[in-house]
Design a protein around this ligand. Structure first.
Ligand SMILES: N[C@@H](CCC(=O)N[C@@H](CS)C(=O)NCC(=O)O)C(=O)O
Length: 205
């Protein structure tokens, strides 16, 4: 059994989607971030960073409990535990890792910056929000180009696709407003049609 600590955010969805795709039994614990539940001592004992997501795998390596934080690390941990979604061929694996890191750092980080600039900073500036939106759209244009050559980011369906999907789904209004990006929208529709992806997004909604 795996305990998932999550909230309705792109990082939370990333972990839940991967739990559904890998099929491990899990229980969801939703934290109210606005109420500061992520800073309560009982949660800080699980993740001292005071952010979601986190998982506790009660059947971790050697049968011992293991806590994993960072949504990208959770995705990789579950994929490796299941033996799925990480290509075996070294070149394909390198491509999967490249697009996986692109999703978790460039895209997820910039999407978070949109939220930070529009909601959290003490002095709001529409120009700063637009800056991060344009930056994210430039990253997504790269993914769109790749998805014009390949059905999935790394050739075969991989951790890279599951890592990027929650960011694209969460920023679909921006993608639609920008127009174009037809390959990216085709790819997002294919992922959202997967029952496990839909269930994971709902589990952390
Ligand atoms: N890089 C981390 C980011 C985790 C993160 O910032 N989580 C946010 C929600 S998406 C959070 O818990 N924020 C609450 C807070 O900062 O108090 C990951 O991918 O897991």
């Amino acid at each position: 059994m795996i305990d998932l600590y999550t909230a309705p955010t792109q990082n939370g969805h990333r972990a839940a989607v991967m739990l559904e795709e890998t099929g491990f039994a899990y229980r969801t614990h939703k934290l109210d971030l606005a109420a500061g539940e992520q800073r309560k001592p009982e949660y800080l004992a699980i993740n001292p960073a005071g952010v979601i997501p986190a998982i506790v795998d009660h059947d971790g390596p050697g049968g011992k409990p293991l806590t994993v934080t960072q949504s990208g690390a959770i995705v990789l941990y579950l994929a490796e535990k299941a033996g799925r979604f990480v290509p075996a061929d070294p070149a394909a694996r390198a491509a999967a890792m490249q697009w996986f890191m692109f999703a978790c750092t460039d895209c997820a980080g910039t999407s978070s910056n949109i939220f930070i600039a529009s909601v959290l900073v003490p002095e709001k500036s529409p120009a700063n929000v637009a800056f991060f939106e344009q930056r994210l759209l430039r990253f997504l244009a790269l993914a769109d180009q790749r998805l014009g050559e390949s059905e999935w980011l790394a050739g075969e369906l991989s951790v890279a696709d599951f890592a990027l999907y929650p960011t694209v789904a969460g920023r679909m209004a921006l993608v639609e407003k920008a127009g174009g990006l037809a390959n990216l929208r085709r790819w997002a529709a294919a992922l959202s049609a997967r029952p496990a992806v839909a269930k994971g997004m709902a589990a952390s909604a």
